[in-house]
Design a binder for this molecule. Structure first.
Ligand code: ATR
Length: 267
């Protein structure tokens, strides 16, 4: 039986085991997918080899640090500067990043990307994956961040525009994408942007999926924006991981159903 897993800290609330186990079972692949709370990252990466784990998801706070511990980092992950997926190919560890692909696949379900302007809120690892994915898909990102220098550095790295968050009201874009953790449980009463600037965006997307309806999305819907939670991005980044590990077509609808049911059950 093959073993897969997610490494991070904390990982107790990760929905990856639920999603991936359901998918592996549905595909008839005899495998277990487990959550590993990491105490020592280099030892954990050695453990992938020692225990012959076939594939590993990487979550916070290790997505950048893990890069130096692998044999190879694929070009997209290297450009993003973060790895969320490890493949163990007979003792050789390669890092991939499926976050950008996950976001783009989800957006494509509801909107065109090419030639459209996207305001990307935040300048951390998640923002880098979003900007990278949008540029690859022909979108035009503008980075909005509280700390203007970080927005400027990200924009310079990818050759796009930036604005300080305080100037959000002056940004022209079809879609706003929140990549910051502001509004995530347990801080559900918070929002990264004041409601008065939301009406200028046709779409408001949050990559947060706990809760499914963040304050940002609720306030955006109230002023007439169309909204999208982070559920689809989470499903698609996981589906792409599964495709990389197994070469099989992932059961995306089933993965979405099990995760959504758990999120609704959790309130
Ligand atoms: P990740 O790698 O998951 O994207 P990160 O690197 O910690 O996380 O980045 C978090 C992002 O959320 C940053 O852009 C941060 O803004 P700053 O660069 O100004 O710190 C943004 N962020 C966090 N808390 C915020 C808040 N209360 N308001 C606005 N932006 C916030």
């Amino acid at each position: 039986m093959d073993v897969y897993g997610v490494i991070g800290n904390p990982v107790g609330h990760s929905l990856s085991p639920l999603m991936h186990q359901a998918a592996l079972d549905a595909l008839g692949i005899p495998a277990r997918y487990l959550a590993f709370a990491v105490r020592d990252l280099p030892a954990a990466v050695q453990g992938i080899l020692g225990l012959n784990l076939r594939g590993v998801s990487v979550t916070l706070p290790f997505k950048t640090e893990v890069m130096t511990l692998l044999d190879e980092v694929e070009a997209d992950a290297s450009a993003i500067g973060a790895v969320n997926t490890i493949v163990n190919d007979h003792g050789r560890l390669t890092g991939f990043n499926t976050d950008g692909t996950g976001l783009i696949r989800d957006l494509r379900e509801v909107m065109d990307i090419e030639g459209r302007r996207f305001a990307v809120l935040g300048a951390g690892g998640a923002a880098r994956a979003a900007v990278f994915g949008l540029l690859q898909a022909g979108g035009i990102p503008v980075v909005l961040n509280r700390t203007a220098q970080k927005a400027e550095a990200l924009a310079a790295a990818f050759g796009c525009d930036f604005r300080p968050l305080a100037e959000a009201a002056g940004v022209e874009a079809d879609c706003l994408i929140n990549t910051t953790p502001v509004g995530m449980a347990p801080g559900v009463e918070r929002s990264p942007l004041t409601a008065d600037v939301l009406g200028r965006f046709r779409w408001v997307v949050d990559i947060i999926y706990t809760p499914l309806r963040t304050r940002l999305l609720r306030e955006a819907a109230a002023v007439g924006c169309r909204t999208r939670s982070g559920l689809g991005m989470f499903i698609h980044q996981g589906a792409e991981q599964l495709r990389i590990w197994t070469g099989r077509t992932p059961p995306v609808d089933l993965m979405r159903r099990v995760v959504e049911a758990r999120l609704i059950e959790a309130g």
